[in-house]
Every structure is written in structure tokens, then in C-alpha cells.
Design a binder for this molecule. Structure first.
Ligand SMILES: Nc1ncnc2c1ncn2[C@@H]1O[C@H](COP(=O)(O)OP(=O)(O)O)[C@@H](O)[C@H]1O
Ligand SMILES: [Mg+2]
Length: 464
């Protein structure tokens, strides 16, 4: 993409309404525009990041054997009357009446709809286990939407639903989700710690939330600092291997890590004092096992091996995809702007032309641009007639992890500059070397991005 032809409405001033850094930078970098309280348009740069996160979530869900589908945003109130949640859900549910006077709602979650699909089409234990998921817009009429996309009213969420014959199988589905979520967040360059949580309005026994530590987080958390040393890394995972998933779950949840709702002061105080931490965190996902809570009232049963009907054991598992855009920025920025991890960056590399209109500089930039695209990368070339200072400020604000700077003086010596956004370090090298270096960084299994795979092999919606 050439910046002169792109739509990147950056703001020079700090927007007064933004209280936290991710909201401020998302507005300033032209990623989102608020349309009304808690409801945003995703402008091209923001939309690109959102799609990248969506793709990672799809890839990791399907790697774990989970099956995508798409359920509607608008739902019938009758289904929610069956589960008993229509009255329970309260003011957060946006209730709508259609022209025939029928009660509808904008889905805040999808347990009822998925259970309805299940009971219509699945009747035998032989069809289990089954995990269906979608990534769809949700609406919750939050009393106080704030912090931009972090607590919106309309937000984009992955929600997956597991159906199993027995509790034991359902707990494997739970563990499988925990492992696939860890992998998902690590690919996004994030550490999200699973913490024992409270089940809230969905109800259930077993639940963990995934929290990204950040001072601006809305949740209060307590943990043993040793949990922050555990990484999934590039280890091979077989999602059908029950003992392996179980042992990874235990590895990540054995140490004390809880949100304030389940915090237990006595247990916490058993941790060596030097490792005790209380902090704030952003909830970016949650997994639940809730047994037969919906299958029983809604009649989602299968015929068991003995021919008798049994209600299925269910779980639901969510990732806050739109919230993650903000969470990643909270975890990765400096006073100049965003610093995207390689796995989610909207463009892989920026190209800054220091003397637009200079024949040699323009030609060198065009060559670099073409060479990056030829290796499957997606560069953003700032080809505007602007001062160097303004170009650097824009690149720093929008946070591309790598930048190649091309100017007349360097070119005379046969060099351009390759700059890391994270460290600020610049190295001079030939244009060919710079392209090669950037291509290497984005190679799969490179240490900076363990699970990154080259774009060239992928279409826009690779998961289809
Ligand atoms: N108002 C919101 N705005 C943005 N993301 C949200 C919002 N509410 C929930 N999410 C995201 O969706 C994920 C799954 O939702 P859920 O666990 O049902 O939410 P909650 O715990 O807030 O009731 C959460 O972990 C969070 O990341
Ligand atoms: Mg939650």
C-alpha cells in the first residue's frame, strides 16, 4: 500500500475523551471512529488488525479440531424463555420488537441458539464429541461503555460451544480450549494468564479467565509471580491427546492465579512473599464447563450407548477479539505510539522516502516496495510529499515493527536504514540486505514470532 492512496486519518491532538493509552492511540492512528457510545466503525488500519486477530483465532481453533459456523446477531426471545435467561439477563440485553410484535434481541452470547441447532440435528452419542464456534458481533448494553473497544457495547467475539457425552470428555474439551487459547495469545505476542474465575450469569462449575497484565485493566488479580515464567512456545501439541492437554492445563493452572471474585487470602499467603503479586489485568478470554445447565431445560439430549436419552455436557469458550486490539496496545507501546508484535501488525514494514520526487530515491523505494511484496510481505510505503519528521511521527504512531528509510545521502553510499520500532535501533545496509533481513524476520519459526507463517501462501480468509 502507498500511503498517498490509503485512508489513514491520523490525529495530531490527543482526543480528550480517551482515558487510556490504547483508546488514545487507536483514535490517533486512525484505526477506529466512535459512532455512538460504545459503538465503533473500524477504519482501514484498525480493520486490518481486527482481521489478523480473527484469522489467528480461526487457525488455532481449527488446529484444535473445532468447527466454524455462523449464527445470526438477532435472536428470538422465545429461545431465551426456554432456557430461563430472558428475564434473568437484565438490562444488558438489547431487546427489540419486530413489525409483527415479536420479541427479538441482539445476541449478547449464543448458548441458546447453538443448543437449538444441536437438538435439531444431533441425536446420537456417535456424533459426539462436537465443538462448534463462530466469530460474530455481540451486543451488551453496558451501563458504562468505556476505554474504546475494550468495553464496547457492540463487540466482536469468538464463542465456541462443546458437546460431549460425559463429564470426562467435556473436561478434555475444556483443557483443549485452554491449550488452544494459550497458543492463540502467544501468536499475538501476548502473555495471557489463565486465572480461576467466577462463573457469573452463564453459570457453571469450572471456569478460567485469561488475563493480560496491565495497569489499565478492569480486573483485580492475585497471582504467584512464577506463573509469568511459563510459556507454551513451539512445543508440538496433539489436541486429541487427553493426558497431554490435561498436563498442560495443570502446568499453567497449578500455581496460584485468581481474579478478585475467587481470591482466597489464606491460600494466597502461602506463596513465598517475594512472589506474591496483586495487580490489574484485562480479561481477553474465558472458558467454562457448565454441564447440563442448558441441555436439560432445552432438551438437548442424545441417545446413549444403551439406547436411553442423556442430556449432553456442554461448555462455552470465548475470546474477546475486538478487545484484544486494545489489550495488545496496552501491553505494547511507548510514548510515540503503538508497537505491533510481528504476528498481528497491519503492515509488515514501513518504507520512508526522505526526498519524494528525487529520481534515485523514488526508484530505490519502488524497488524495495516491489521486493518486499515479491517475498509475500505487505509493506506500507510513505510516498507523500511531507517532511521527514512528519513521516517518522506517523510511522512511530501506527507502530509497524520494522521501517526502511531511504534518503539521497545514504543512497550515494549504497545504503538504506533498517530500524526496529521496538528498540529504536537503526542499522545501515544495502537495500537488498534490508529486504532480506525483513523477509527473514517474518519467516515461520523465527524467534521473534514463533508461529508466524508467510502471507504469500494465504488468501484473505485463510481459514475457509
Ligand atoms: N463489553 C465488551 N467489550 C469488549 N469485549 C468484551 C465485552 N464483554 C466481554 N468481552 C470479551 O468477550 C470475552 C467473553 O465474554 P464473557 O466472558 O461472556 O464476558 P464477561 O466476562 O464480561 O461477562 C471476554 O473475555 C472479553 O474479552
Ligand atoms: Mg468473562
Amino acid at each position: 500500500m502507498r500511503l498517498s492512496r490509503y485512508f489513514l486519518p491520523v490525529l495530531k491532538e490527543n482526543p480528550a475523551e480517551a482515558q487510556i493509552v490504547s483508546h488514545r492511540y487507536m483514535l490517533r492512528a486512525g484505526m477506529i471512529k466512535q459512532q455512538t457510545a460504545g459503538i465503533y466503525s473500524w477504519l482501514p488500519l484498525g480493520f486490518k488488525v481486527l482481521r489478523k486477530l480473527e484469522n489467528i483465532v480461526h487457525e488455532e481453533q481449527q488446529r484444535a479440531g473445532h468447527i466454524p459456523l455462523l449464527m445470526p446477531t438477532l435472536q428470538s426471545a422465545d429461545l431465551w424463555r426456554e432456557s430461563g435467561r430472558y428475564d434473568d439477563y437484565g438490562e444488558e440485553m438489547l431487546r427489540i420488537t419486530d413489525r409483527h410484535g415479536r420479541d427479538m434481541l441482539y445476541g449478547p452470547t449464543n448458548e441458546e441458539v447453538i443448543t437449538d441447532i444441536f437438538r435439531a440435528h444431533v441425536s446420537s452419542y456417535k456424533d459426539l464429541p462436537l465443538t462448534l464456534y463462530h466469530i460474530q458481533w455481540k451486543f451488551r448494553d453496558e451501563i458504562r461503555p468505556r476505554f474504546g473497544v475494550m468495553r464496547g457495547r457492540e463487540f466482536f467475539m469468538k464463542d465456541g460451544y462443546t458437546f460431549d457425552l460425559t463429564k470426562e470428555d467435556a473436561l478434555h474439551a475444556y483443557n483443549r480450549h485452554l491449550v488452544s487459547y494459550l497458543r492463540t495469545y502467544e501468536r499475538m505476542g501476548l502473555q495471557a494468564l489463565p486465572m480461576r474465575a467466577d462463573s457469573g450469569p452463564i453459570g457453571g462449575d469450572d471456569t478460567h479467565e485469561f488475563l493480560v497484565l496491565a495497569d489499565t485493566g478492569e480486573s483485580e488479580v492475585f497471582y504467584d509471580n512464577a506463573v509469568t515464567d511459563i510459556r507454551l512456545g513451539a512445543r508440538e501439541i496433539d489436541y486429541d491427546d487427553k493426558p497431554q492437554c490435561q498436563s498442560i492445563m495443570e502446568e499453567f493452572t497449578a500455581l496460584y492465579a485468581r481474579t478478585d471474585e475467587t481470591h482466597d487470602e489464606a491460600l494466597f499467603n502461602q506463596i513465598p512473599e517475594a512472589r506474591r503479586r496483586s495487580a490489574r489485568g484485562i480479561e481477553v478470554g474465558q472458558i467454562f464447563y457448565f454441564g447440563t445447565k442448558y441441555s436439560e431445560p432445552m432438551g438437548a439430549t442424545v441417545q446413549g450407548p444403551d439406547g436411553k436419552p442423556v442430556p449432553v455436557h456442554m461448555g462455552s469458550h470465548g475470546i474477546g477479539v475486538s478487545r484484544l486490539v486494545g489489550a495488545i496496545i496496552e501491553a505494547s507501546h511507548d510514548d510515540k505510539g503503538i508497537i505491533w508484535p510481528e504476528g498481528v501488525t497491519p503492515f509488515h514494514c514501513g518504507i520512508v522516502n526522505l526526498k519524494q520526487g528525487d529520481e534515485d530515491v523514488d526508484a530505490a523505494c519502488n524497488q524495495i516496495y516491489a521486493a518486499l511484496r515479491a517475498v509475500g510481505l505487505d509493506p506500507l510505503y510513505d510516498d507523500r510529499k511531507e517532511r521527514a519528521g512528519g513521516k517518522f511521527a506517523t510511522m512511530d504512531l501506527i507502530g509497524l515493527p520494522w521501517r526502511i528509510t531511504v534518503g539521497p545521502r545514504g543512497l550515494k553510499n549504497g545504503v538504506v536504514e533498517l530500524t526496529s520500532r521496538r528498540t529504536g535501533e537503526s542499522v545501515e545496509m544495502s537495500a537488498e540486505e534490508a529486504v532480506k533481513k525483513v523477509a527473514e524476520i517474518y519467516q515461520p519459526h523465527h524467534e521473534a514470532s514463533p508461529h508466524w507463517e508467510p502471507m504469500a501462501k494465504r488468501s484473505f480468509h485463510t481459514w475457509m
